[in-house]
Ligand binder design. Structure first.
Ligand SMILES: [Zn+2]
Ligand SMILES: [Zn+2]
Length: 345
């Protein structure tokens, strides 16, 4: 079978591997669609994402959905031919974080297509891949696999929104209009925010953010539009930093109101960063981290299945696995692409 394997920076190869065999509690999934994520792109361009560095080749991909084609002997809840969204997380469900409901912080987690542990865990950009019963959530017969694959990034934004607490009636700022920023806009609207301002350095992704629920967008590359000009300070109840850009975090600190909250969702550059942290103290801002997701994956599959959140405006283009390099190149161009999907073929 074809796999999309990363060997190092700019070394993405369509590698042939044997079709995997399921263990007793496992299933084999035939890829329906996989979404290329910012972290896949970081592995593709830099061989690392944040502080996780590639040490050996592995199969990329963690935003995946597909069809059950083989079932282990002990699997009870799923049948052959079932269409599923696949949660890329395998938490241990035994450590203190798992037991306290924070399985996203599991100390013994396996996550598809991630170099966060050694050996790295293969992801789902392959014609066939293994999933456990617990990872698979059924989706409706008619649902587009590309939409189902968006459950993963949507779960990331659901978790970030949960970290912020109630958003009902809130004024929200989102820095970064990539897929996470755009999905955050949708999630914040869904969660009752009345004002959702999204910033970016490019107009094209901001247009998509508008279609996804932003009430206002600001291109912060134009000096006259900079958010931190007088009058825009201290106005937002909640700021979500979704660009991974330190300057954006700095803006968040300046424009969040006294007593407000900032949720850091983006991966900042590796190592230590500097920011005007005394303002966190003086303004009593709650600075919150948000890492992956826990039960929000189920929520994400549910709202996508019901069509309550529509992610079609962000789907850019679909490529067969065999053209993964072209797909990754297009996905890297933020002017032309938001979410690029891979399908079997
Ligand atoms: Zn992702
Ligand atoms: Zn655990």
């Amino acid at each position: 079978m074809k796999t999309c394997t990363i060997h190092g920076p700019k070394a993405l190869e369509i590698e042939d591997r044997p079709i995997p065999k399921p263990g007793a509690s496992e299933l084999v999934i035939r890829l329906g669609a996989g979404g290329i994520c910012g972290s896949d792109l970081h592995y593709y361009h830099e061989g690392a994402v944040g502080d996780f560095r590639l040490k050996k080749p592995f199969i990329l991909g963690h935003e995946v959905a597909g069809e059950v084609v083989e079932i282990g002997a002990k699997v009870e809840s799923l049948k052959l031919g079932q269409r599923v969204a696949v949660n890329p997380t395998r938490a241990c469900l035994r450590c203190s974080e798992c037991l306290s409901g924070r399985s996203n912080l599991c100390r013994d987690v396996f996550f598809y297509g991630s170099a966060s542990r050694v050996p790295h865990m293969d992801g789902g950009f392959a014609e066939y891949f293994i999933a456990t019963e617990r990872q698979c959530l059924p989706i409706p017969e008619a649902m587009d696999f590309r939409l189902a694959a968006c459950a993963e990034p949507l779960a990331v934004t659901g978790h970030a929104a949960l970290r912020a607490g109630s958003l009902v009636g809130k004024r929200v700022l989102i820095t970064g209009a990539g897929p996470i920023g755009a999905l955050l806009a949708a999630t914040c609207r869904f969660s009752g925010a009345t004002e959702v301002v999204v910033t970016d350095l490019l107009d094209e992704p901001l247009k998509t953010a508008e279609k996804m629920g932003a009430t206002e967008t600001v291109n912060v590359s134009h000096v006259e539009n900079t958010l931190t000009k007088e009058g825009q300070k201290n106005v937002f109840d909640v700021a979500f930093e979704a660009s991974g850009n330190l300057k954006a975090l700095e803006s968040c600190i300046l424009v969040t109101r006294v007593g407000g909250k900032i949720v850091q969702v983006g991966s900042l550059p590796p190592g230590s960063s500097t920011a005007p942290l005394n303002k966190i103290m003086a303004k009593e801002i709650d600075l919150l981290g948000s890492f992956r997701f826990a039960d929000e994956y189920r929520w994400a599959v549910d709202v996508l299945s019901r069509g309550w959140i529509d992610v079609t405006p962000m789907l850019t283009k679909t490529f067969p696995l065999s053209e993964a390099v072209l797909a990754f190149e297009l996905a890297s161009d933020r002017r032309r692409a938001m979410k690029v999907s891979l399908v079997t073929g």
